[in-house]
Ligand binder design. Structure first.
Ligand SMILES: [Zn+2]
Length: 181
């Protein structure tokens, strides 16, 4: 069986703030009994927080089978990374100026440069010839690029009220990335 995930990503959080924000978000999630505070191997790689008794309160649809799954945790990520949509496939990498789809072009290097911060992450659109940071292009399905994100494994769709609540805990807007591995 494949595993689905939803990541909510802050693209505006600075690296130096990501750990502090992680603590705030975890405090909110544990106080509301959405996840447990201890870390276990309940995510695909690394450690995460298992669902607690109120986990269904943040879900759009009931997910009664979640507690029986071995991969059912929340992972908190505090390092700069590309939050992609896993093996779901990518339909578009759209230029922020002309909307031209750059999916067939070699944008992967620019993305690596963004990740490594070694060279410029600008990418030149083959359609309009303007250059923008690769993270300004619109990935379809949506990808996120940031220093902070939380990933729910196999929880299903989250309520929009919950996303708004986490936005107010963090103090920045969030991007929702849906994927499958
Ligand atoms: Zn363009």
């Amino acid at each position: 069986m494949s595993d689905t995930f939803i990541s909510i990503v802050s693209e505006k959080t600075k690296q130096s703030d990501s750990k502090r924000i992680a603590e705030k978000v975890l405090r909110y999630l544990t106080e509301n009994r959405i996840v447990k505070s201890e870390l276990t191997d309940c995510v695909l790689s690394g450690n995460g927080h298992e669902p607690a008794e109120n986990f269904i309160s943040i879900l759009e649809n009931p997910n009664n089978g979640l507690l029986e799954l071995s991969v059912n945790g929340l992972q908190i990520l505090t390092e700069r990374q590309v939050f992609d949509n896993g093996g779901n496939g990518l339909d578009g990498v759209l230029c922020p100026n002309c909307g031209g789809n750059q999916i067939e072009e070699n944008w992967g290097n620019a993305l690596e440069n963004w990740q490594d911060k070694t060279q410029s992450d600008n990418f030149k659109c083959s359609n309009c010839s303007l250059e923008f940071p690769i993270t300004a292009f619109q990935f379809e399905p949506k990808w996120g690029f940031g220093n902070f994100g939380i990933t729910f494994w196999n929880w299903g769709e989250l309520k929009s009220e919950f996303i708004i609540e986490i936005e107010s805990v963090i103090g920045t807007e969030l991007k929702v990335v849906r994927g499958l591995l």
